[in-house]
Design a protein around this ligand. Sequence first.
Ligand code: USQ
Length: 381
Amino acid sequence: MILGIDGYLGWPLALRMASKGYEVIGIDNMATRKSVEEVGSISALPIKSMDERVKIANKEFKGKITFVKGDITDYKLICDTIKEHTPETIVHFAEQRSAPYSMIDVNHATYTMRNNINGTINLIYAIRGADLDTHVVKMGTMGEFGTPKFDIPEAPFVDVEIKGKRDKITTPKWGGSWYHWTKVHDTNNLLFANKLWGITMTDIMQGPVYGTRTSEIKSEDLFTRFDFDAVWGTVVNRYCVEAILGEPLTPYGKGGQIRGFLSLQDSMDALTLLIENKPKTGEYRSVNQFMELLSVNEIAEIVKTEAAKLGIDAKIKNVENPRVEEEQHHYNPERTVLPSLGFKLKVQMKDAIGEIIKDLLPNKNRLENYKDVLLPKTRWR
Ligand code: USQ
């Protein structure tokens, strides 16, 4: 079962699982489509309605996907759907996933808190109520950790000594937006649920994902959404759209912000591996899911170089940073779970940018009308 099947990751995961012969039940309330429209933007790659895309996918993958329109903050809906389908695994993507959106104003902050935290609480109560041994794969974020001066562990707990006494505490976290804090709160709630009821969990701390293609997305009919505006787009995908529109690439501030990036293809491969290699029943597994540590300045250089190979002369212009974040910092997260499961990197960023730009180019004319959503409008301070 995929909560958030209409999203950037939810849709490709549905295709992946269906292609492997699994039955897929997807739930979505279509919130991302509405919220992107709210900020005056669109998906850079046109996407079909849910009914149409499911029909096309089911032709290719033998009718494996069932779509349920609904909101997981509706407790009855999530209880009924879980009881009816008794899923072996539930992948939870159904959260408001934009940091800038959560920072617009008090209404967007409280909506993000309510939506994300309540949805996750509903999910764990629904699993408990159905009395199933379901594996919950929850999408968290590397941004839960912030950018600490210590190396980021890949574990829900760390050993500490406080005033001479030793104990275990939850791994220190410091979210960088209301959105990121919802994921920290979710982690705490899930750890507590695991302690109370022994629900089997994989909590994924994933870095920003980029790209348009996976092994299953071979035709435009199956494209997943691709956001590029300052609210919903993430840095690599934004740079690619900026490049095709002849607008400067926009590292924020000094541009030394480092994150752990991964391609859509590698994200799907990693998720598949985690779904097919469950933790032991009752275990809580924390996974740091990223492939390449790069600064936003370095990424701008990569996009510039790759765009030049396609005849596009991209300029880079560091713009005022709307966010409150470190612009030069230590960043060394641990990553052992995925390699221990035999994960092999398929895509390096430098090799993926050309393909993204080629997928975007046919949409250039349409996107010319959306240049005004490229620069950030909300200051976080
Ligand atoms: N940035 C720029 N220029 C831009 C856009 C962003 O320099 O044009 C910078 C930001 O200031 C930030 C970094 O790039 O330092 C990453 O920002 P982002 O917008 O690419 O991603 P972020 O807001 O962190 O959120 C995204 C997803 C979120 C996920 C998170 C993983 O939207 O759902 O949880 O990446 S992580 O970044 O590890 O927290």
